[in-house]
Write a protein of this length. Structure first.
Lengths: 309, 498
């Protein structure tokens, strides 16, 4: 088991290295002079030159990358151009709001998606199944910003049940962003659950169980669903990763103070140290969630455990 | 929930607390800092305006009145004495002293502070204390607009002890001013809370608490106001503002801003070194139509290089008539009857790109083939400052509402390049008039100098005047006393809620 986890972690290293090259490229490929971006166009030439020297901007690209990596390994992304505060601090301050929202949206999508998928699979080609399918495709097809705005219009303005945006304390502020963010994940999980359940329900051991006289309920949940879990867990893991980094649009619409909004604000302000930090953070979270998903496999599928023991 | 709130409100009213209300204001962006020495952006200035005072106050009517300086006296052409108001208390209990003023302005202009607003006090040569409550400012040349500069939020007066003790934390967790509201908290990207300063030297303050919210999406900001979740929304986008105008629960507070937008020519480059070519293009561009199409009624065609709100703006200036025939004639006179090819630069700003495309079509009509090029902002600024361009679109905000700020940087020959004059056009007479304007203390004479300068600029046509913009702020209809400020940092002390 330890060996399995260790191998997974080792695999992360080349992936993250690849990400750093891309993220470094953001600064390198941004047109214009980074020193001027930082100090303003009216800065005296001597100061600009001193900053270029300090940041290593006069060195060749691979040397710059080396200098940058040495700092990134210590989680130092430099300081924000806009606020002058350390990038890492800004990200850490904004991270909880994003994680909170992604977790809630994931829980919501599991709570709705899995039962809905099971329901569809156990009653294939019925009204229930077709309704679930239409809902799922609708959820996948709706653009997030459109859905968010429509929900704000409906629930905040027309019905006046919930506050339109913000995170000012109170559960009411969580409802609309969670649903908006979770919708596509609900759809994805529903579809995946339906597909894998249909497959397992046609397996021999299910037929055997039925012929033994096991109750249908028990067949569905104890026998079939457990065996269908691996692909479903994969989708949930991928969805959680996507929700963490995909909160950009939802956070912008709902003025949710997470790192997605930070990313948008920083891109608008050309605050590239923050953009680099946020993108690195998204990659790290994605990789971490995938790692946890891989480890979960081993629990769900004992064959994986024995292969590495 | 609503019923509970109503009950609370009713109880508060019954016990005479009718004036204890919270005012929630939303703007499109979070603040950067609450230290006027760390930023010079509008969202931050709008909050700082409530927390700090300046030596001089510029009212909503753009009248200059006494602020933390009770009075002032011009000793000679380059020396000014400011008499500091006695008995003014900072939010931390300290009493305002002349030393705080000297400390603030010296820190602002110190290159080590690297304050984005330092250019506003670039005219200062030296600051000395005549006595505890008298600050003497020596300027590095005659500089009459000094008072409007000292009314800008970037020159807000800080508490020396608070700034020194807080160090790096000043402006984020520690903020101390003398203004109508004191700082309570700043939840990043979310909200800023300010409480009433009952001891404000200026007078009574209306709201007991002010909450500034950052609501990025313009449409959501409008919906928040329609739903009554906020009391005031700043800068509605044209489409939302048109809808809000129809809503009986919303009162619009629209104001002409101090902005100006223009297309500049590189007047040292062929063929734009020929005044006839510049005039021809002015006749060929229908600014009126452009502004109507792009701004949907929230902007209007400009007839002068500065907004009509600015002191010294020549509002009677006759703009170039849209007359393609005349334009062709002028081009023919300049020996370019068969037209020519050129480029028009803009940065990646959707409105500017749209403007550029319409201008491209209109100039095509008179045989000028225009290639619109969209440049990244810092490259754009660099290359226009270096004179690599033909034509370019840019804007300017005359933050001090004084013609000197709006004309000196953009048209004086000493400011070629990054200092502001990116057309590299100059005229000896305009240079002379702008210098006179800095020196002359009689407002009528100053105005006459600026009027003449603007006439020459119109005739010589280094620019196409495009438009000034209207800022569409809006309040719930139960909000009274909100008067928008042309410079954008609206004061809220006088606002009431019924």
């Amino acid at each position: 088991m330890i060996k399995y986890i260790f191998r997974r972690i080792l695999l992360l290293i080349p992936i993250l290295l690849g990400v750093t090259v891309i993220v470094f490229g953001i600064m390198f490929l941004t047109p214009g002079d980074a020193a001027i971006l930082m100090l303003g166009e009216n800065a005296p030439p001597a100061e600009l030159e001193a900053l270029r020297e300090r940041l290593g901007l006069n060195e060749p690209a691979y040397v710059q990358y080396g200098i940058w990596m040495a700092r990134v390994v210590q989680l130092d992304f430099g300081r924000s151009i806009r606020s002058g505060r350390p990038v890492t601090g800004e990200i850490v301050a904004r991270l909880p709001a994003t994680v909170e929202l992604a977790l809630l949206a994931t829980l919501l999508s599991i709570a709705i998606g899995v039962p809905l998928g099971v329901l569809s699979a156990t009653r294939p080609n019925t009204v229930v199944d077709h309704t679930a399918t239409v809902l799922a495709f609708g959820g996948l097809a709706m653009p997030v910003f459109w859905q968010g705005l429509i929900m704000i219009l409906l629930f905040a303005l027309v019905l006046d049940w919930l506050p339109p945006s913000g995170k000012l304390g109170g559960w009411q502020y969580y409802v609309l962003p969670t649903i908006t963010l979770g919708t596509s994940a609900i759809a994805a999980i529903t579809r995946m659950t339906r597909a894998t359940m249909l497959e397992t329900l046609s397996q021999d051991y299910v037929r055997t169980a039925r012929s033994k006289g096991v109750r249908e309920r028990s067949i569905t949940y104890r026998h079939a669903l457990r065996n269908a879990m691996i692909p479903i867990v994969t989708v949930i893991g991928l969805q959680f990763g996507a929700l963490l980094s995909g909160a950009v649009i939802t956070e912008t619409i709902f003025s949710w103070p997470g790192i997605g909004l930070l990313a948008i604000d920083s891109i608008r302000a050309k605050d590239f140290p923050v953009v680099q930090g946020v993108v690195m953070m998204f990659a790290l979270m994605y990789a971490f969630v995938n790692l946890v998903t891989d480890i979960l496999y081993a629990y769900l599928d004992p064959r994986l455990k024995t292969r590495y023991s | 929930m609503r019923r509970v709130l109503l009950m609370i409100a009713a109880v508060a009213f019954a016990f005479g607390g009718a004036h204890a209300f919270t005012l929630t204001v939303a703007q499109g962006s979070d603040i950067v800092s609450l230290s006027p020495h760390k930023t010079n952006d509008q969202p931050s200035a709008r909050v700082m305006r409530q927390i700090y005072d300046t030596l001089v106050i510029q009212t909503e009517e753009l009248v200059l009145e006494a602020g933390l300086a009770e009075s002032w006296e011009q000793v000679d052409a380059t020396t000014w004495d400011f008499f500091i108001r006695p008995g003014v208390a900072f939010h931390n209990g300290d009493t305002l002293m002349g030393s705080d003023v000297k400390f603030t302005l010296d820190r602002l202009r110190d290159p080590a502070t690297a304050a984005p607003g330092a250019f506003l006090v670039g005219f200062i040569d030296e600051i000395t204390l005549v006595d505890d409550m008298t600050v003497r400012i020596t300027t590095n040349g005659p500089f009459v607009p000094i008072l409007s500069h000292l009314a800008h939020t970037a020159t807000s007066i800080l508490n020396e002890r608070a700034v020194t003790e807080a160090g790096e934390d000043y402006g984020t967790s520690v903020v101390v001013g003398t203004g109508p509201f004191s700082f309570v908290s700043w939840q990043v990207a979310n909200q800023i809370i300010l409480d009433r300063n009952d001891a404000w030297w200026y007078g009574d303050v209306g709201p007991e608490r002010v909450i500034f919210r950052a609501i990025t999406e313009g449409t959501v900001r409008a919906i928040e106001l329609e739903a009554g979740a906020i009391d005031i929304a700043y800068n509605l986008e044209p489409r939302d503002a048109l809808r809000a105008r129809q809503n009986p629960n919303i009162t619009m507070a629209e104001i002409e801003a101090l902005t100006t937008a223009y297309i500049g020519f590189n007047a040292q480059k062929e063929p734009f070194d020929d005044v006839r070519v510049r005039q021809a293009i002015n006749h060929a561009v229908d600014a009126e139509t452009i502004v109507d199409v792009i701004f949907e009624g929230f902007g209007f065609a400009a007839n002068s290089p500065i907004s009509s709100m600015v002191f010294g703006a020549n509002t009677d200036l006759e703009p170039y008539e849209y007359d393609p025939e005349r334009a062709r004639q002028l081009l023919a006179d300049a020996g370019l009857g068969s037209g020519f090819s050129t480029t028009l630069w803009t940065n990646n700003n959707p409105l500017r790109i749209q403007i550029a495309e319409i201008v491209q079509a209109q100039l095509g009509e008179i045989g000028i083939s225009v290639d619109v090029q969209v440049l990244e902002w810092s490259t754009y600024l660099n290359d226009t400052a270096a004179g690599a361009h033909d034509m370019f679109i840019l804007g300017w905000v005359t933050v001090t509402a004084d013609a000197d700020y709006g004309l000196y940087a953009l048209f004086h020959s000493s400011n070629f390049g990054s200092a502001g004059n990116r057309t590299f056009w100059s005229s000896d007479r305009v240079d002379e008039l702008l210098d006179l304007g800095r020196r002359e203390s009689d407002p009528e004479l100053r105005q006459a100098y600026y009027f003449e300068a603007q006439e020459i600029i119109r005739d010589e046509a280094p620019w196409i005047f495009l438009n000034t913009q209207i800022e569409a702020h809006a309040t719930r209809s139960n909000v009274t006393g909100f008067v928008p400020h042309p410079a954008g940092h609206n004061r809220l002390y006088n606002v009431q809620k019924n």
